[in-house]
Design a protein around this ligand. Sequence first.
Ligand SMILES: [Ca+2]
Ligand SMILES: [Ca+2]
Ligand SMILES: [Ca+2]
Ligand SMILES: [Ca+2]
Length: 351
Amino acid sequence: MKVEKYFTKKIIIFTIVTLLLVSSVTAINIKSNNNTPPPANTSRNIIWNTTLYFTETGGRNDYITFGESPNATDGVDVFYDKSNPPSGPDPFLDAYFTTNFPGPYNALMQEIKEYPDTYKEWNFTVWWTGSDTTVTITWNITDFDESEYSAVILYHNIGVSSTDMLATNNYEFFCPGSGLVSFQIIATANRPPITSNPYPENESTGVERPPDELNVTVEDPDDNTMDVHIRWKRHDYYHFGEFVTLQTYNGVGNAVYNFTIPLGNNWIWGNTTYNWSINVTDGTHWTNETYQYTTGGSRYDVNNNDRVNFQDAGLVWIHRTSEVAYDGIYDVNQNGEVNFQDAGLTWINRD
Ligand SMILES: [Ca+2]
Ligand SMILES: [Ca+2]
Ligand SMILES: [Ca+2]
Ligand SMILES: [Ca+2]
């Protein structure tokens, strides 16, 4: 009938138009997906992650991924930690991280922990349901490039063998038939050396001229060997502010390191603030600390006998620039030369 035909035609046209619309919308969706990464990836902010690939001799395989993000925790993160999916048909090779989280997060195919840290552990198990085989684990060493760890060690719990995952990219082990094999990964960061207990005490005053020595306690939390440099900031006019290395100890361990102060005019200035520094490296990090102390007595006591009198004034006069080489201790007004003004000031400031 004509009316029926008319409606049939309308329905067909409507269907075609609808299909066209739907397909064009789908096309737009696909395009926009291709152009902009899904928002989940940008907010995940995974600093580093590594995938371990497991392959057994017969060709069965599996993989697990671990890593760190500042937005993840060492506990369950629904957003980051992925539970282990069901295994395939027998025989299967199933690798998964084991945790003390409630199910289904007690077995994970991806475990992301909090970044950064100085020590972390991941535990994983390999479950094999076939007969005796050899399993090879491989990973990409460069995946650790952005990690904060200086050592990532793979421990094979049932044996004594372990592998430095930053140096080697695979590990092979015998897997007994229907066996469960446990592993542990321990990641540790190299921590910088620590300096403490400077002598003379930092910012101390009234310090004797000179103190016997400068010393400081130096420790590396990882017991790395260190290079220790003791430096001193000059305070005489022509070299003011220059750092001079007093003593270096190379390849040393945790101990107190010192510099014995020599007899000499540079060290006996009264009422003067001395700055010194300790610079320590464990080969990776530098720890630099600057300390200061202020001597007791008077700046005019140039012969360091705890009195300012005609002797000091006389010595300053004798050492004036026109007669002898510049010596900072006699330049009591710190203007780069020793002359009658310094001698006069010393005389005026006598006890
Ligand atoms: Ca986690
Ligand atoms: Ca260290
Ligand atoms: Ca004196
Ligand atoms: Ca002067």
